[in-house]
Design a protein around this ligand. Structure first.
Ligand code: ADE
Length: 460
């Protein structure tokens, strides 16, 4: 592979004699030619720039000089279709995938601009010429004084992907931005203790499976924190089962419906807003029927929805200080789940009339503290089995606890249809205990519910 760099500072590229890139040149794996742009001028001052057409500050590099320089390099090497790489803050941000693509070409010519940049017709001219691929790239959203640093960055990133360059090709596949699509996990070496900081124990365990798991978890955690764009871009096939558990804890969920949601979605838990009453009512009308036992009459379901889940009902809930409505919301503003918790006035029992388990014992201690009511918690169909339910429940319980901090020992209760084992399992998982039964009316149909309770201030 061959790189040709054109710059007004050829001395800058002495750095390419060092390290792997330098060795690769010695071994003949890489060939790097450095060309001084001023050698292609014909005036006594060796002028490469001129004032910008249209006015403004700074100078622009002249198209005619650049044309001569590039043509002369193209004429020397009439090999396969070369790439003309032009570093510029206005280019596409350079990605690892670009580097892999460039590593497959036989020649990359890097044109380093200075000042306000190179006359736009240079890129335009060579783009129209089918013999050359023009690639304008940027290192990132900041401005350098010229393209030289960006040229070295490109050469180093591309050259190491050329076969024969890196001793252990496995280190290429494990690192950041490679096939895994994640940032790299943290690495350590001896000494095992540095200024009071120890190497994580798992790395010294000799258990390869555990080490692999730990590294994967670290990579996921770091990526979720720093690069949500990379998490969003992960393909389903790249995700392992344990990944989903970890990502769920970080607020990312994979819906069952892979057509509508091909990628992970970031879901935020927050109090619902008054202007969301209509959206909530639509969502509630969609999800309530799924929670009803089979055989329930549609007119009973419809009358329950009309009486309890209409837009005006939600408006009233949202205006009521004793009710907390939370939503789980996608980036696109879609509701994935919602909950309604009723907080008793003073330190009483919320919704005794609905069959609250007034007297119960938890951990051998009879309840005395206030009893909140988890009146509703519904999940949209695509999110069932995604881990959202558990995470949302935890958030709802934490929010409820935050609402009654000044009360010594608050509890929370709920009722759910006795046939709905899936819901019961989910509540059990976050610490709810069976407490009794109640009768629950949907329209004029009576249903047997079981009730469950939990101390509010427990770790979950
Ligand atoms: N030239 C000046 N700024 C640059 C940047 N951010 N990336 C690439 N080339 C540049």
């Amino acid at each position: 592979m061959r790189f040709d760099v054109i710059s007004i500072f050829p001395e800058f590229f002495a750095a390419l004699q060092l390290s792997l890139v330098g060795k690769a040149q010695e071994k003949g794996i890489l060939d790097i030619g450095i060309h001084n742009l001023r050698d292609f001028t014909s005036d006594i001052h060796r002028t490469v720039d001129d004032t910008p057409c249209g006015g403004g500050a700074g100078m622009v590099m002249k198209a005619d000089i650049w044309g001569k320089a590039i043509d002369s390099i193209l004429a020397e090497n009439s090999g396969l279709r070369p790439v003309l790489a032009i570093p510029t803050p206005g280019g596409k941000q350079l990605k690892q995938a670009d580097c892999h693509r460039l590593a497959k070409s036989s020649q990359v010519i890097v044109a380093c601009g200075r000042y306000e940049g190179i006359d736009a017709r240079v890129a335009q001219y060579y783009r129209q010429n089918s013999q050359v691929e023009v690639f304008e790239y940027s290192l990132g959203d900041y401005v350098l004084n010229g393209g030289e640093v960006a040229a070295v960055a490109l050469i180093e990133a591309v050259a190491r992907l050329v076969p024969g360059m890196v001793g252990n090709p496995e280190s290429l596949t494990e690192e950041s931005y490679s096939a895994a699509g994640l940032l790299e996990y943290p690495v350590y070496t001896r000494p095992l203790e540095f200024r009071g900081l120890a190497v994580p124990e798992v790395l010294l365990s000799g258990n390869h499976q555990k080490v692999r798991q730990w590294r994967r978890e670290q990579a996921l955690r770091k990526t979720a924190q720093l690069r949500p764009d990379l998490i969003r871009a992960l393909a389903r096939e790249q995700l392992e089962k344990d990944d989903l558990r970890q990502l769920a804890a970080a607020g990312w969920f994979l819906a069952a419906d892979s057509e509508k949601y091909p990628h992970l979605q970031q879901i935020e838990f927050r109090p619902a807003r008054l202007e969301e009453a209509k959206k909530l009512a639509d969502f509630a009308a969609q999800t309530f029927p799924d929670a009803c036992p089979p055989g329930m009459r549609p007119d009973s379901i419809a009358s329950f929805i009309a009486e309890n889940l209409s837009e005006s009902c939600f408006r009233a809930y949202l205006n009521d200080e004793t009710r907390r409505v939370l939503v789980a919301c996608t980036d696109a503003g879609e509701i994935a789940a919602y909950s309604l918790v009723i907080i008793p006035r003073a330190a009483g029992v919320a919704n005794i009339e609905e069959g609250a388990p007034v007297d119960f014992v938890v951990d051998g201690i009879p309840r005395e503290g206030p009893l909140l009511y988890l009146s509703k918690l519904y999940l949209g169909k695509p999110w069932r089995g995604s881990g959202l339910c558990q995470q949302f429940l935890k958030a709802v319980l934490a929010d409820a606890a935050a609402q009654c901090r000044e009360w010594p020992e608050p509890y929370i209760w709920l009722g759910t249809n006795q046939t709905n084992k899936r819901a019961q399992r989910a509540y059990k998982k976050v610490g709810f205990l069976l407490s009794g039964q109640r009768v629950f009316f949907v329209g004029d149909e009576s249903n047997k519910d079981i009730t469950m309770v939990r101390r509010l201030n427990m770790k979950n």
